[in-house]
Design a protein around this ligand. Sequence first.
Ligand SMILES: [Fe+2]
Ligand SMILES: [Fe+2]
Length: 204
Amino acid sequence: MNALARIQQFLLCETPDTWIKTATLSENQGLLLLDHANCEKKAASTAITLMYRYVGDFEMMHKMSRLAREELRHYEQVMQIMEKRGIAYEQITPGRYASELRKPVRTHEPGRFVDTLIVGAIIEARSCERFAKVAPFLDEELQTFYLSLLKSESRHYEDYLHLAKKAAEGADIRERIQVFLEVEKNLIESADTEFRFHSGVLVS
Ligand SMILES: [Fe+2]
Ligand SMILES: [Fe+2]
C-alpha cells in the first residue's frame, strides 16, 4: 500500500466533493492559496513550539527541525505563486479546524504531548488527502505543486504518528487516535460558515 492509500485508510472520511467544488471556483483561488500559506507557516511554528517545550529526545528534535524547515519552504513556494498571480497577502482569521481539533488535548503530561503529536499526524494526513483530491481540478502549475507536496506531507504524518507512539512509552494510543479522528471527521463533514483549506461543507 502506498503512503496516500495508508492515509486514506487512516482518516475516517474523504474530502467531500462539495468542498472540492467550492475550492475550485475561480473566486476562491486567492483565498485557497492565502489560507494554504498560513497553514504552512502555522505547521512550522507548531513544530518549533514542540522543539522548545519538549527537549531531550534527539529523534523528535531532529524530525521537528526538518519538518519546520520543509513547512517554511512550502510557505515560500505558496507565496511565490501568490506574488506571481498578484494575490495580496491579507490578514485572515484561521478556520475552526485546528482549534476545534485541539480541544480534546489533555492538559497533563505526557498526555498533552501524545495528543498534540496525534493532532499533528491528523492535520498532515488531511492536508495530504486534500492536496491529492483537489489537484486534478486545478491549473497545471498548482496541480504540479500540490502533487509535489504529497511526499513530504505523508512523511510528516508518519513521523508524527511514530513520535506519538514513542511519547506514550508503550501505552496503547489507539483509543486516543480514535477520539481525534472522530472529531476530525465531523469537522470535515459538517456545515461550515467560511471557506478555508481545512473547512467543512460550506453553507451560504
Ligand atoms: Fe507543508
Ligand atoms: Fe507538513
